[in-house]
Design a protein around this ligand. Structure first.
Ligand SMILES: Cc1ncc(COP(=O)(O)O)c(C=O)c1O
Length: 389
């Protein structure tokens, strides 16, 4: 028998970056010493105290049972208290927090949970490619909001056509931004709440890089904006703040209807995540966040070192305020992909072409600050020899 994929699965977007991985592997197979700046996987280990907590919790038999539906109430309470301490935001742990097996799950399942086929949603361009998986699974229509450098990569709602705005039911935002490293301002989030209310559009703010802000500027939570909970939610992940990308845990916070829809869907799909891991996640949230401060200092140091090395060869970066990415312009005469191919081919330096994040990313490449300093400088030295800048 043959089991062809369903129409929905066949409609899933192609993984653009699988192609990049293939190209990098082919180059490595030639024996080249590739400096890989193309990835987004945190390079540091999970802090020891969280690993220890997980080890202790896995030894407790009651943690081997099914988790409670809708997650451990203690973790939801810890998440609510974390938001209160970090952002001054009040959340009801039972009605306004949903535990996620990584924030990607929440972001991909939400359109399916609250939209109907044919509804319209708005996504940032450039943006995190996995949002498109949610569009395909829910069979919704997509409209893009172009993020432009002149607006510090925040969408200008006045540029959207009125027909699209009238149809849109949901929009996604993400700051600190992947891929640009841009950070949001309180004024922009206020505009977003006003726009969402006026047009009845739900907002999802993906706060994956929420802990990673530079130049003494702590990134702001969308939920700090007056009225935000009426219009939307924010997704938070342990992957970046605590180097727990492989553990798969996060949460969504905010609008009670959206949280209920996520929880209801998850009742049917997942039950919840491993009880021991939920306990370890509580340890992370309740800690003094010293490891997070050290991690942010490391990324900021790398950003500054990479910026200096790039500027020294005449390659001027966009001044990112957070995340662990640098957003770098492509020299004249090249597309993002042609430039990325050239760097891999002639300098054995891998970067992510901006068009992989949408047409709005054309003209840029993304550099991940996920290796240590001598390699950045070496990458820039190799690029210098190509005489492109
Ligand atoms: C913008 C953005 N959102 C969400 C995620 C997914 O994070 P998680 O590990 O919580 O699924 C990532 C991961 O790279 C990301 O870059």
């Amino acid at each position: 028998m043959k089991f062809p994929e369903s129409d929905v699965l066949q409609g899933l977007p192609k993984q653009f970056f699988a192609n990049l991985v293939k190209k990098v592997n082919a180059k490595v197979a030639t024996g080249a010493d590739v400096i890989n700046l193309g990835q987004g996987n945190p390079d540091q280990p999970t802090p020891e105290f969280i690993v220890k907590s997980m080890q202790e919790q896995t030894a407790i038999p009651k943690n081997h049972k099914y988790s409670q539906f809708r997650g451990d109430p203690e973790l939801k309470k810890a998440a609510a208290e974390f938001y209160k301490r970090q952002y001054g935001v009040e959340l009801d742990p039972e009605k306004e927090i949903a535990i996620l097996g990584g924030s990607k799950i929440g972001l991909v399942e939400l359109p399916f949970a609250i939209l109907n086929p044919g509804d319209t949603m708005l996504l940032p361009d450039p943006g995190y490619p996995d949002y498109l998986s949610g569009v395909a699974l829910a069979k919704v229509k997509l409209s893009l909001m172009r993020l432009k450098e002149k607006n510090d990569f925040m969408p200008d709602y006045a540029e959207l056509d009125s027909d699209t705005v009238a149809k849109a039911k949901l929009m996604y935002l993400n700051y600190p931004n992947n891929p640009t490293g841009a950070v949001a301002t309180p004024a922009f989030f206020k505009k977003t709440v006003d726009f969402a209310k006026a047009n009845q559009i739900g907002v999802v703010h993906d706060f994956a890089y929420g802990a990673i802000g530079f130049d003494h500027q702590k990134p702001i939570s969308f939920l700090q904006t007056p009225g935000a909970k009426e219009v939307g939610i924010e997704t938070y992940t342990f992957s970046k703040s605590y180097n727990m990308a492989g553990w798969r845990i996060g949460f969504a916070a905010g609008n009670a209807d959206m949280i209920e829809a996520i929880n209801l869907l998850q009742d049917h799909l997942f039950v919840s995540v491993f009880p021991a891991m939920q306990k370890a996640a509580i340890t992370a949230l309740n800690s003094d966040q010293q490891t997070v401060k050290e991690l942010v200092a490391l990324y900021e140091k790398r950003r500054n070192q990479f910026f200096s090395a790039a500027r020294a060869i005449g390659w001027e970066p966009y001044h990112s305020g957070g995340s662990f990415y640098a957003w770098m312009p492509v020299p004249e005469g090249y597309t993002s992909e042609a430039f990325a191919d050239l760097l891999l081919d002639k300098a054995a330096v891998a970067v992510a072409p901006g068009n992989g994040f949408g047409e709005g990313g054309e003209g840029f490449v993304r550099v991940g600050l996920l290796i240590d300093e001598p390699r950045f400088t070496e990458a820039c030295q190799r690029i210098k020899k190509l005489n492109l800048f």
